[in-house]
Design a protein around this ligand. Structure first.
Ligand code: BEZ
Length: 210
């Protein structure tokens, strides 16, 4: 099944390193990041999971729950977690789904047979409080993800959920943002008292409204 932006994130029940979870129940009204990695006891994945563990306070600040997945069983995840802590200095502090029968992998189209027919690719889904999919990413096994970028996108998504703005190329939290094209410049000047700069009628910027 292909999961696209704006779709409801499919619900599932799965065994994890923290017991059986119902995804929607576990997530509640928070934001969530569901990400897959290809295989336990592999080098790039080890660095990725350690990085996610390290960044957990940043996800928590953003009311965002994080859950990992691979097709390996729970016992394997738990044994591997010791290596991750050992190598990266970060103890895994989020649940990891065990998906040996590929139920969740297939639901989220995480196995791309022309890349590899047994392992999940590096997928990321950001899911909003409304359970709708806000971002999808797919990376190959050879390339570890930049989780600072995932936090940057999360910041942009959360800002756009609160204000009628979008975020420009290479935007960083606190930087100027773009006024929604649906809003007139006159209305924008009222809505954004820090000021509105009209570069083009369709491109108006304002300091971060946060
Ligand atoms: C890795 O995480 O390094 C990896 C994953 C799948 C295949 C090969 C390497």
């Amino acid at each position: 099944m292909t999961v696209r932006l704006g779709d409801e994130a499919p619900n599932f029940s799965a065994d994890t390193t923290q017991g059986t979870i119902d995804f929607h129940q576990w997530k509640g009204a928070d934001w969530a990041i569901l990400f897959s990695h290809p295989k336990d006891f592999t080098p790039v994945c080890t660095t990725e999971l350690g990085m996610v563990a390290k960044l957990m306070p940043e996800f928590q600040k953003r009311h965002t729950r994080v859950i990992g997945l691979s097709v390996d069983p729970v016992a394997s995840h738990l044994t591997w977690e010791k290596d991750i802590a050992d190598v990266t200095g970060n103890a895994v502090n989020f649940p990891m789904i065990a998906d040996p029968d590929r139920t969740v992998s297939n639901l989220y189209d995480m196995i791309h047979p022309n890349a590899n027919d047994t392992m999940t690719v590096r997928s990321v889904f950001i899911v909003g409080p409304d359970n709708k999919v806000k971002l999808t990413l797919t990376y190959p096994a050879s390339c570890g993800r930049n989780f600072d970028e995932i936090i940057r996108v999360l910041d942009g998504l959360q800002l756009s959920a609160r204000f009628p703005v979008s975020t420009p190329a290479n935007w960083q939290k606190g930087g100027d943002v773009i006024v929604a094209t649906s809003m007139s410049t006159a209305d924008a000047k009222v809505k954004f008292p820090k000021g509105v700069t009209e570069l083009k009628p369709y491109l108006r910027t304002t300091p971060s409204p946060e």
